[in-house]
Structure formats: C-alpha cells, structure tokens
Design a protein around this ligand. Structure first.
Ligand code: APR
Length: 323
C-alpha cells in the first residue's frame, strides 16, 4: 500500500521539524515547498539521508516555488497539507504585528491548495494561527471539518510540561488543555487539569497555579526572548505531527485546535463563522467532533475576551481581503 502524502508549505524551522518527525515515524511521504531557492530540496534530501538509521522508508522531495507559483502543482493528491509559510515572530513583536504580512503569504499558499489539492485535510501553523486558519478557509472554502489550526495543542503541551515539572511527576499523568485564541489571552483550563485523576487545585496552591497559567500564556514569548532571531519550533513541530498522525491513522485523538465554530456549537461558544481553540476529536475526516465546555461565569469571561480578540482580527482580515 502506498504511503500517504503530506505536503508542507514553508520549509523553515517549523516545516522542517514537521517533515522530520513525520518521516522518522514513517507516517507518510513528505513534500516540502518553499520560496527560498533550493531550501526545500536540500532539507528534504538531508532528512531522507538519515532515515536508513531510523528504519524508515518515507520518501521526501522538496520544491522551490517560483514567482508565478511554479511547482505548486506537486501538491496534488496530498492527504494532508500543513501550512507553515510565513514570517516568524521577532523579539518585541506580538503575534498580531505579523497579521497582514502573513495574510498575504497564507493567501498565496491557499490559492494553490485550492487549485491543486482542495480535498486535502489542511492544518495551519502560521501565526496568528486562528486568523491564518480563517484566511485559508475563506480562500479555499473547504468543508470546515477539513481545516484547523495547530495552536491549542502546543499551548496544552506547555501547560502539561509546567505542571509536571512543578509537581515532579511524569508528563504522562498530566491531563491539561488550553482553549481560546492562540494569543496572550488564551485560557489554560485549570478546572479540568488533573494529575493521575487528581485535580491540580488539590495539589497546588492558587498562587502556583496562577504562575503556571501566566507562564503557559507567555510560553511562546519566553522562547522568543531567548532565541532572539526566531520563534519556537521544536514543540510546534511535534504538536503538528501528532495532528497529522491522528488524521492519517484515524486515531480520534481528543486535543484542542482552532476549529470552525458556527451554528449550534458556535452559539454555545458565542462565535459565528471563525476559528477559536476548543477540544475536538481528530480523525481521518479532520475535526470529527467539537466538544462543548460548560464554562463557569469566570471562565466564560476569559473565553469571551479571547474570542473577541480573534474576532477583531477576523474583521481586519475581512476588510483587508475585501471579504
Ligand atoms: N510561500 C512559501 N513559503 C514561504 C512564503 C511563501 N509565500 N513566504 C515565506 N515562506 C517560507 C520562508 O522562506 C521560510 O522558509 O516560510 C518559511 C517560514 O519559516 P521560518 O521563517 O523559519 O519560520 P518558522 O519558525 O518555521 O515559523 C513559521 O509558524 O509558528 C509559526 O509564528 C510562526 O508564523 C510562523 C510560522
């Protein structure tokens, strides 16, 4: 049986990590696309030449995207397309500063996805992620189940890491997730965070939990401050890969992703027609189920702030793109 095909648009730091993890796990053949001449080709060869030692037969290929979209035709028949193309955050730059620069980049990628492989499952990584997922959605116009963003899973991983390290327990026993926009006002969902089934509210004092929540919210910024010339890519690479894996193996992982909220579920969350991070089930059809969280008044307030920030940016994009 042929291996599935995953295409990664943007062969930068995150794109290369995604390609490497998918290949090491032999989940798929991977095709990298980038505008920088030779970058995708060189990286795909470099990854593939290490695979004999990991016992992986994944095939990789890289393409330079020409000024008129040349080589994008190689997207065709992709099972999954990951969009990481864009500019990374620089120190002092908020995710939102990137907005219009990355709208242009994601728009051009999305137009080619629509042209060559509109039925793929699409995972958007470019920041600001909720908005870039919306941008790609509006251009491609796919079944909304088949497109989602990466953010919540990355933020949840950060939350789990900090809880595990604080308590000195295995990360395997920590259950934690983050909802809302993938921005500074994301909502680490403390009430459902547990360690071996025990609520963290019984294991840690409020001040400690507050510190963990603040560090989670600033997780991306903390790394940018250290790196100075780029943003996080190891954890984003892993977070994206588990989503690809859940689609390709139809694993039905329950994780948080920016998902399209509309209709009845949208009404529940107070969101109509755009993407915000919520717990979902990911399988071969993409977002196969969106779960309802019953917020306390306090949680609802935090959610509303985060969702309204996403909405503001959605409106800016609508105006920018004349939608
Ligand atoms: N089409 C395809 N690729 C593009 C385009 C384009 N129009 N414009 C830029 N790229 C490529 C760049 O050449 C670069 O290789 O996208 C890649 C982005 O990689 P990096 O700059 O290394 O950024 P990275 O750290 O991978 O982050 C990518 O993911 O996490 C988010 O905030 C992050 O938005 C950023 C994105």
């Amino acid at each position: 049986m042929a291996r599935p095909k995953v295409s990664v648009i943007g062969a930068g730091q995150v794109g290369q990590m995604v390609a490497e993890h998918i290949a090491i796990k032999e989940l798929a053949d991977v095709y990298l696309f980038d505008v920088v001449d030779g970058a995708a080709k060189g990286k795909s060869l470099d990854i593939m030449e290490g695979l004999p030692h990991w016992h992986s037969d994944s095939f990789l290929e890289g393409y330079t995207i020409g000024p008129n979209g040349e080589n994008y035709e190689n997207l065709k028949n992709s099972d999954v397309i990951v969009i990481t193309a864009g500019m990374a955050r620089k120190p002092g730059m908020s995710r939102d500063d990137l907005l219009f620069k990355n709208v242009d980049i994601v728009k051009s990628a999305a137009e080619n996805v629509k042209k060559y492989s509109p039925n793929s499952i699409i995972i958007v990584v470019t920041n600001p992620m909720d908005i870039m997922t919306y941008t790609a959605f509006r251009i491609i116009n796919p079944n909304p189940k088949r497109i989602f963003g990466m953010g919540g899973t990355l933020d949840s991983g950060r939350f789990m890491t900090f809880v595990a390290k604080e308590l000195g327990v295995s990360v395997e026993d920590v259950q934690a997730f983050v909802v809302g926009g993938h921005g500074d006002d994301m909502v680490p969902f403390v009430r459902y965070c547990s360690v071996g089934g025990i609520p963290i509210t019984e294991l840690l004092p409020k001040e400690k939990i507050d510190q963990i929540v603040a560090r989670t919210r600033n997780g991306g910024g903390e790394i940018v401050q250290y790196l100075k010339t780029g943003s996080a890519y190891f954890a984003p690479g892993i977070s994206t890969t588990i989503m690809v894996e859940s689609v390709l193996k139809d694993k039905k992982r329950v994780i948080t992703v920016p998902a399209y909220l509309s209709g009845e579920i949208g009404k529940h969350y107070g969101v109509e027609g755009f993407f915000v991070g919520v717990p979902v089930k990911i399988g071969k059809e993409g977002v196969e189920e969106i779960y309802k969280l019953n917020f306390t008044p306090e949680e609802r307030k935090l959610w509303d702030i985060s969702a309204s920030h996403v909405k503001e940016n959605v409106e800016k994009v609508n105006k920018y793109l004349n939608l």
